[in-house]
Design a protein around this ligand. Sequence first.
Ligand code: MF3
Ligand code: CO
Ligand code: CO
Length: 263
Amino acid sequence: MIIKNQKELEILREGGKRLAAVLQEVAHHAIAGVSARELDDLAEKLILKAGGAPSFKGYKVRGAPMPYPGSLCVSINDEVVHGLPTDRVLKAGDVVGLDIGMQWEGLFTDTALTLVTQTEFRSTSDLNSVWGRSNKLIEATKKSLEIGIAQVRAGARVGDIGYAIQQFLEKEGFGVVRELVGHGVGSAVHEDPEIPNFGKKGVGAELVEGMVIALEPMATDGSPKVKIAPDGWIWVTSDGSRAAHFEHTVVVTKNRAEVLTKW
Ligand code: MF3
Ligand code: CO
Ligand code: CO
């Protein structure tokens, strides 16, 4: 059901809070020298400790050769989303997207963030270096999620969200990914409606009080085009540019969004 009742919303609030704490803890461990697999193992351990179940593990998407093998997606540099938790080790300066989903008392929340792996001090005046561009990309993508969230209220249209996100990211000089979109969430990993990160004001499905949706802008520091890597899971930019991704699960209320996954 697309509209959640008060009891379901209470469960989603608690699940979202616990999931956000897990992602925050995992992000603190995303430093140079750590492998994607180690982060995935930590994510799974923390989800179970929180009393939840990893919702990505075993998830199937059309066209992928196998169910998703991990509890966390770790997407590095030109990888946009669905990065597999391999033995690849994070290096200083890598752009690392961490996306996580949890089932808590039968209901699902989903959240993601992107960071630059740190080790050494870098000057903030070095803004045109790869490091500086990566930070700008990440800051802009994070801001675009906030801008999208600010559009959410009962009676608004899905297109209002996409329009606001797209306008901002393109003005900042970044590419907006079209092949992947936000979505309804709560009763399953993915539900209707789709929430694109591009669009036109006043167009698309109407947001209704009690809907639970995941907003998740994905931006590139180059062409917006993406493709699936040969492993059948990882989405990468077609021109090799770096990408960032942020995501929150929110409830549509009368006048605003209630963010369930605040980290
Ligand atoms: N978290 C992704 C999303 O935001 C879905 C990941 S499915 C997985 O919609 F199987 F790749 F984990
Ligand atoms: Co996600
Ligand atoms: Co999502």
